[in-house]
Design a protein around this ligand. Sequence first.
Ligand code: SF4
Length: 283
Amino acid sequence: MEIIVGKNAGFCFGVQRAIDAAYDLLKKDNNDLYSIGPLIHNEIVTKDLKSKGLIEINNNDEIASLKNKRVIIRTHGIEKEVYDLLKSNNNAIVDLTCPFVSKIHKLVKEYSENGFKIIVIGDKDHPEVKGIVSYAKEDIYVVINEEDIRKLKIDRNDKVFIVFQTTTNAENAQKLVDILRELFYNNKLVNTICNATQNRQDEVKILAKTCGVMLIIGSNASSNTRKLYEISKKYCQNTYLLNNIDDAKNIKIEESVKVGVSAGASTPKYLIEEILNNVRNEF
Ligand code: SF4
């Protein structure tokens, strides 16, 4: 069986940086270390971090009660109010927000202060998008499809600034941008889909067009992994999303089929290898 693993599969630079820093902090110092929400969207990794002492905080009461602690901000970033609260409570903040996300925060703040209405193309319920929204003074809208765009209460003559969630599907985003540009002629756009996402999506598209089976390895909870799955499925019907080794056991692949493999930005290399070993041994 021929198995082709995408060059970009697995941890992106932002995730690698956050993971390295978290393990390093846990090793160096025995004092409690907290993370606001899961550090990355991969249960296998977050479980391991937990076993080594990282304490995950998930609700506002717990966040408000953190005082004089070491607190990690995850790659997606957090809402500005939460950041300010942690700071005013004298916590030692280790800000591991990915620079690509911080850049969006700055852009949104700047354009919002300059009177632009902000449109974010992305998932309004995703923590990264909630963080982005919190940096606007007012008038910020999140759209994920054409229907959302049609509901926008923005005047045609208003100044509009468009950005993207870093993991947005580039093809879908382009369709939405075309509609937005027709509706709001006074627009300014910065493509904030991160390189790591773009490279993976491009690679998956090429692999999916030429392979009989596609395996996308990563967590269902990971936005960029789900996008890879969606893109792959469009070009290769036999696309499987594998969260873990058990998922790999349930699929059937014929010996003669060429298998393409990619993995989300929060998927560790050892999980990719473990699953591929299983696939090789099974067939
Ligand atoms: S997917 Fe992109 S934005 Fe998200 S952590 Fe990785 S490099 Fe940063």
